[in-house]
Every structure is written in structure tokens, then in C-alpha cells.
Write a protein that binds this ligand. Structure first.
Ligand code: SF4
Length: 469
């Protein structure tokens, strides 16, 4: 195959090539990935981890994530951990009260001096909370932790369920990043995914957010949804380009009807094939590129002057459960049902069901149901996968220096398995580095999977991942 560096040439990739790379695999918001967490890490183990930090580790900055799982309607494409209820305060009020007790549990063992450099609210729909609740949840963290003056404070919103007053309140509290789910404006697609939101309200929210000083405004789109074609998705993209968000996440729809019962209302015959999905993604890639956006990494585009784009250039972009970020070297405290913490070499995930979560907190225990203590091999592979995902290359000598290995020996089997991908021009392997090509950047999940030791373990449990195309 000739060198491929332009998307119009990718349109001619043959079906055999696409089928070869249309595998099921993780998105690598962590390595090892969450399905490999186990019950050996519980609340007590997590507490011990926090108490056993060295003085240097106790000075590390913090990132705090609050999970607010409520939504008013269940979008049929959703893969998040959500609680659907139209009852608003009746269900959110007890949750907010319990959140405060979980924040207190963390505050009791985490050094108060540690600067919080990233504070993120995700869901669900965080703006399910009313203005008073928003202020209280913010205060419960700001009052107990050292929220840095220049902290990145970000929130995910559903524009149909966010009022101007809520957005103004968030800005007054110091929120400075906002992410809007759009998915697609096409009415037929919106109807099929049970997601109704107008272009006009989306536009109003973006304009108001900008006026209020929010930066790094992000819009989420999803490709591979029912009835989408390159032409219909192209129309939605043009409308988004008119609004000029700073960042775009263009996610591949994860259709998992076997695991997610609510997705069964989506008829498989309405979905584009893997090959068609790839063409839809290329349409997005071409249109965003023509409008001045850069493809910065898996699923993500940003304007050249956006902070994330600059971090990509400087090689400082990071990936965590919230996606790509510019804030490096922080321990993550996840608060709320299903939230994941990452403290030094330990991942710990909260229970997913509210009753069990409440019981643990009421008993004064961290509500952890599973996690993982990272081994040396996990840490080595984690760094390789982070290099592929965030920098498009891996510096062998850095990995050797950090971990005391000889890269080509340690990964001899992986390098052999990468040979067909080298022939397909997804990457080059030199004496010093592994470098992704333009094509390889689009198939980075496939390359990262070669380094994932858990995918090779026959004794491992069956994990349901989405397809890479
Ligand atoms: S609003 Fe978001 S989190 Fe809630 S159901 Fe829809 S996609 Fe899922």
C-alpha cells in the first residue's frame, strides 16, 4: 500500500483492510481498563492506600470528579451509568446529602494543602440539580479542599435541561469549561436515539457560555447512529462549525444491546455498517479539518489555539476517565455512584447502585466495590499506551529509563505482532521510537490493543467492548 496521508485516499481503503481492523476493543481511558478491576480492592484497601502515601506523594495535586447520575429521559444510545427520573429534587436531594458525607470521608484522610487543579462534574446530567444544589455541591468541595485559583472547573451539560440561570451560577462559582452533548441534529436520527434538542437552544447556550467567560467549550458528537449517512452527518457538522466550539469529541457509537437493554429499541438494520461508519468519520474529519480544527487524538479535534491543542504540540496532553486533559500528575478522587479514583498505583471504583453506596457511606466506609493495584508490568504498558494515545509516538529510551528494561527485548512479541500493521502503514518502528502514521492515528485503539496484556489472558473474564470501527 502506498503511503497514506490524506483522507481522500483513505476513502479507497478496501473492505478487507477495514474488516481486519474492525475489532472489539477498549477506548483506553485507563490502562488496565475498568473491566479488569476486581473485588480485592475495597474501601479499606483504598483508605490504606491514601494513608500510606509518602510525603512527596502527599504534595501531588488533586483532580476531583463528581458523578451526578440523574437524567430526565433515557437516550437510547447511552452507555453511561444513569438514573432516569422525572422527579428531580425528590431523587437528587438525598443524593446531594450523601455526596457531602462522601466528600467528608475523603477530606478526613487527604491532606488539605494539596491543590485541586481539576474539578469536573459528569453524569448523567449534572444540571439536573437546581441552582441551590449546584451551589451546595460546589461548596462541599471548595470548603474542604484547596481549590486552586486557576483550577480547571468543568461540567457536562444537556442543553435541553440547562437554564440560563444555572449557567450563570456555574460561571459565578468559577466553572470555566463546559461540554455539551449534541450527538446529531438530524431529526430522524434524534428520534431514533430518543434525544431531542434543538439547534437554537444549543446555539444560545454556546453564545451565553462564551459571554460568561467559559473557555475550551466542547461539543460531543456521535457517529454510527441510526440513519446516519456522510451527507446527513455532514449537515450537522456544518451547523456545529458555524458555532465554532473550541473542541469536538466525535465518538464512535458503542452498540451493545446484549449488555445495555435500553439500546434494544435501536433496530440494527438502521445502523450504518463498519465501512459506512468509517466513511462518516472521514466526512467529519474532512469538514472539521477544512474549518481549521486539528485532529489531536482518538475521537478529538481542537482549534489550534485551544489549550488542549497546545498541550498536544508540547507533548503534555494526558488521558484519563474524563477524556483528554492538560492537567498532568494529579491523583484523581472520584465521588458519587460508579465514580473511579486513581491514587498513585491504585484504581478504585465506587459501587454503582445508590442503596449500596449509601449504606457504605452511612457506615463511614469508602463505597468502593472493586479496583486494581497496578503491577510493574501494568505501569510499563500504561506508559506505552499513553504515548500512543496522547503523543502519537513512543520513545523507547524514555520507557527504558523509567522502568529499567530493554524495550525491544521486553516487547519482542508485541513488535512481531505489529509487523502486519507496519506493512499496512499504521506505524513505523525505528531503533528509538514507534511513530503512528496518519492512518495509524485513526486506528490507535488497534495498535494499543497489541500492548494490552489483559486481552491476551485466556483465563480472563469475558469483557464486552465496542467495535473499533
Ligand atoms: S443525557 Fe447523556 S447521560 Fe443522560 S441518558 Fe442521555 S446520553 Fe445518557
Amino acid at each position: 500500500m502506498a503511503v497514506i496521508n490524506e483522507t481522500h485516499r483513505l476513502r479507497d481503503l478496501d473492505r478487507a483492510f477495514l474488516e481486519r481492523y474492525n475489532l472489539v476493543g477498549p477506548r483506553y481511558t485507563s490502562y488496565p481498563t475498568a473491566p479488569h478491576f476486581h473485588e480485592g480492592v475495597d474501601g479499606a484497601a483504598f483508605r490504606n492506600q491514601l494513608l500510606a502515601l509518602t510525603p512527596a506523594q502527599r504534595r501531588r495535586p488533586l483532580s476531583i470528579y463528581i458523578h451526578l447520575p440523574f437524567c430526565i429521559e433515557h437516550c437510547s444510545f447511552c452507555a453511561c451509568n444513569v438514573i432516569i427520573s422525572p422527579k428531580m429534587e425528590q431523587v437528587s436531594e438525598p443524593y446531594v446529602r450523601m455526596l457531602e458525607r462522601e466528600v467528608e470521608l475523603h477530606a478526613a484522610v487527604v491532606d488539605r494543602d494539596r491543590p485541586v487543579i481539576q474539578f469536573h462534574w459528569g453524569g448523567g446530567t449534572p444540571t439536573y440539580l437546581n441552582v441551590d444544589q449546584i451551589r451546595r455541591v460546589h461548596a462541599m468541595v471548595a470548603g474542604r479542599f484547596n481549590l486552586a485559583a486557576d483550577a480547571e472547573q468543568s461540567i457536562e451539560i444537556h442543553v435541553s435541561w440547562t437554564s440560563d440561570e444555572q449557567l450563570r451560577t456555574l460561571a459565578a462559582l468559577g466553572f470555566n469549561r463546559v461540554s455539551l452533548g449534541v450527538q446529531d441534529f438530524n431529526p430522524r436520527t434524534q428520534e431514533a436515539i430518543r434525544r431531542r434538542q434543538t439547534y437554537e437552544r444549543t446555539r444560545q447556550i454556546i453564545l451565553l457560555a462564551r459571554e460568561l467567560g467559559f473557555r475550551g467549550i466542547n461539543v460531543d458528537l456521535v457517529y454510527g447512529l441510526p440513519y446516519q449517512t456522510p451527507a446527513t452527518f455532514g449537515e450537522s457538522i456544518e451547523r456545529i462549525i458555524d458555532l465554532r466550539p473550541d473542541r469536538l469529541a466525535v465518538y464512535n457509537f458503542a452498540y451493545l444491546p446484549g449488555r445495555l437493554a435500553h439500546q434494544r429499541s435501536i433496530r440494527p438494520e438502521t445502523l450504518p455498517s463498519g465501512e459506512q461508519k468509517f466513511q462518516i468519520f472521514l466526512e467529519a474529519h474532512d469538514r472539521f479539518s477544512a474549518a481549521g480544527y486539528r485532529y489531536i487524538g482518538m475521537d478529538h479535534f481542537a482549534l489550534p489555539d485551544d489549550e488542549l491543542s497546545l498541550a498536544f504540540d508540547q507533548g503534555t496532553m494526558q488521558r484519563n476517565f474524563m477524556g483528554f486533559t492538560t492537567r498532568a500528575g494529579a491523583d484523581l478522587l472520584g465521588i458519587g455512584v460508579s465514580a473511579i479514583s486513581h491514587v498513585t498505583n491504585c484504581y478504585a471504583q465506587n459501587v454503582k447502585k445508590p442503596p449500596a453506596w449509601e449504606r457504605a457511606i452511612a457506615a463511614g466506609e469508602f463505597p468502593i466495590e472493586r479496583g486494581l493495584l497496578l503491577s510493574r508490568d501494568d505501569l510499563i504498558r500504561q506508559e506505552v499506551i499513553a504515548g500512543l494515545m496522547c503523543r502519537d509516538h513512543v520513545n523507547k529510551h524514555e520507557i527504558e529509563r523509567h522502568h529499567g528494561i530493554v524495550f525491544d527485548e521486553y516487547f519482542a512479541e508485541e513488535i512481531e505482532r505489529l509487523e502486519p500493521m507496519v506493512r499496512d502503514e499504521l506505524l513505523t518502528i525505528g531503533p528509538d521510537t514507534l511513530d503512528l502514521t496518519f492512518l495509524g492515528r485513526l486506528f490507535v485503539r488497534n495498535i494499543a490493543m497489541v500492548f494490552d496484556a489483559y486481552l491476551k489472558r485466556p483465563e480472563g473474564k469475558q469483557v464486552v467492548y465496542s467495535r473499533t470501527l
